[in-house]
Design a protein around this ligand. Structure first.
Ligand SMILES: [Zn+2]
Length: 333
């Protein structure tokens, strides 16, 4: 089975939409994760992944360049390019509201699905040419900010030369993710031999009350034993791909991102370390790849053999995580 670890690399509006006195938060905190002299953002993510030879995919948001400017945006991408990393496109249209010309009007919608096909094509094209101007080659994949894609998004991507979208998140389907009409949890051929959807892997967790809920494989909300359980089940049942979600700021607390009190999230750092180590030790079962390594031939083969199951994580692992989270909250108070 193929595994894709994806890092959505983006700034934060930092509450500046609701409160014009607030400032968006840029590279240092949200992308490089600097706390004192240490970096807990993409530098640490890369250090851990490289230690275990794990390739990553960085979905870089280009719209925040409307506020932060070219310099800040190219610094993040250049850092990744120098380390030989795979960069793909991510868009958060909300940042358009922070550009000088729109700052007082706040007229732009945060959700990509609220733009028509032509507008979505313009947004995708401008993000694409921006990344290409920085030296990014092999742009084949896209993820909408907040998973807010619709069917027009996939058409816009196909028309602008992309091969694969990874905005589909079963948990958010019909709410913020508007790719209704397809029920998937594995690679899906959206347009015959020309465009594919590679969903963020979801699983079912059972709560102690017996309730069932869908959850995405997000490094920030799921323990390592849960991730391991999902990957093992997916591989056993013949799923072709698993997509893990994380962010450039996954290793730092976000509650205080604007006040200088940001702290490292040691538990998440350890979890990512454990995941990379597990994948390295189980190379025969799991082939970790970047989105940039995908081509039509591979996607055709994967989608033909896709198995759309939703793994269920045993209650014991969910309970263990809830107990850990409760302890973490007590410690942090
Ligand atoms: Zn995002």
């Amino acid at each position: 089975m193929q595994v894709f670890i994806t890092v959505d690399t983006e700034h934060s509006v930092g509450g500046a939409i609701e409160d014009p006195a607030k400032e968006p938060v840029g590279n240092e905190k949200r992308i490089f994760g600097r706390i004192g002299e240490k970096y807990y953002g993409i530098p640490l993510i890369l250090d851990i992944a490289e230690r275990f030879n794990i390739p990553l995919t960085f979905f870089v948001d280009t719209v925040s360049g409307e506020y932060f400017g070219r310099g800040e945006m190219s610094a993040a991408s250049s850092f990744l390019l120098k380390r030989g990393q795979d960069i793909q496109l991510h868009l958060h249209p909300l940042f358009l509201n922070l550009s000088k010309r729109a700052r007082s009007a706040r007229k732009y919608d945060p959700y990509l699905y609220n733009y028509d096909l032509g507008e979505q094509m313009d947004l995708v094209n401008s993000g694409k040419s921006f990344l290409e101007s920085l030296g990014v080659s092999n742009l084949v994949a896209f993820r909408a900010g907040g998973f807010a894609a619709n069917h027009d998004t996939l058409t816009a991507l196909e028309k602008t030369g992309f091969l694969v979208d990874s905005s589909y998140n079963l948990m958010a389907l019909g709410r913020v993710c508007r790719l209704e009409g397809i029920k998937i949890n594995d690679v899906f051929e959206y347009h015959k031999e020309s465009f594919w959807e590679l969903p963020i892997t979801n699983f079912v967790e059972t709560s102690y009350r017996g309730l069932r809920a869908l959850k995405p494989l997000d490094i920030n909300g799921v323990s390592f034993p849960e991730i391991r359980s999902v990957l093992m089940q997916a591989q056993k049942k013949g799923m072709q791909a698993a997509v893990v979600l994380m962010h450039s700021f996954s290793f730092v607390t976000n509650s205080a991102y604007n006040s200088g009190k940001m702290r490292p999230r040691q538990r998440v750092i350890k979890r990512f370390y454990a995941l990379c180590k597990f994948l390295e030790q189980n190379k025969e079962r799991f082939e970790v790849r970047s989105f940039g390594s995908l081509d039509k031939k591979r996607l055709c083969k994967m989608s033909k053999n896709a198995v759309n199951i939703v793994p269920r994580v045993p209650l014991v692992w969910t309970l263990a995580r809830l107990i850990h989270q409760a302890q973490e909250h007590i410690v942090m108070r």
